[in-house]
Write a protein that binds this ligand. Structure first.
Ligand SMILES: [Zn+2]
Length: 190
């Protein structure tokens, strides 16, 4: 049965670290026995946002995630590096999240009201007690409000992964293309 997401669940790492966390999370989720994705990662989220705003894709969007018990059949998962119980997301992370949410919501027809923190479904603070339940929805609203033209462009930019076999190196290219897009949007905004 193809995976058809109708909500987006946002997480934090729960750990403060210097530098990129994607590889560490990949090792950790592998140790938990999370299934390897078609992209070759065990990270349970579909996307990961580093502290510096770089977005990494771990799972194809038509592939089940492993991030929220009971919701993985209907939810795209986004993980963010950091512990938002005691620190705020970086401005770069917030900008990247806005862009990513805008893109995912548009392409999957997911309304902003269907963006939730992990804690809606679990007895934990995730995505962090410093952030309100509607924080991620507000990030999307701010992104769309700040520059409607850029938001529209970002929303229609394609960086989704096709189900067809992909040539070697495609992930790096997609990631670089997307990061370039993020930077272009961020820079143009000053
Ligand atoms: Zn979580």
């Amino acid at each position: 049965m193809p995976f058809k997401p109708d909500q987006i669940i946002v997480h934090h790492d729960g750990v403060s670290r210097e530098g990129p966390s994607f590889g560490i999370v990949d090792d950790f989720h592998e140790s938990l026995g999370f299934p390897i994705s078609s992209l070759g990662f065990c990270v349970g989220y579909h996307y990961w946002i580093e502290r510096d705003g770089v977005i990494r894709q771990a799972r194809a969007e038509n592939e089940l995630g492993a991030h929220t018990k009971g919701q993985n059949y209907t939810a795209l998962g986004i993980g963010m590096a950091g512990c938002f119980d005691k620190e705020d997301p970086s401005p770069e992370q917030v900008a990247a999240l806005g862009l990513l949410l805008s893109n995912l919501c548009s392409r999957h027809d997911i309304p902003a009201e269907r963006i939730f923190p992990h804690r809606k479904y679990a007895n934990k603070s995730c995505y962090g007690s410093r952030l309100s339940d509607h924080w991620a929805q507000d990030v999307l609203a701010d992104f769309r409000k700040k520059d409607a033209a850029e938001a529209k462009e970002a929303a229609t930019a394609t960086f989704s992964v096709s189900a067809a076999p992909l040539p070697p190196g495609w992930l790096a290219r997609v990631t670089v293309a997307f990061v370039t897009l993020c930077k272009a949007v961020l820079n143009s905004r000053g």
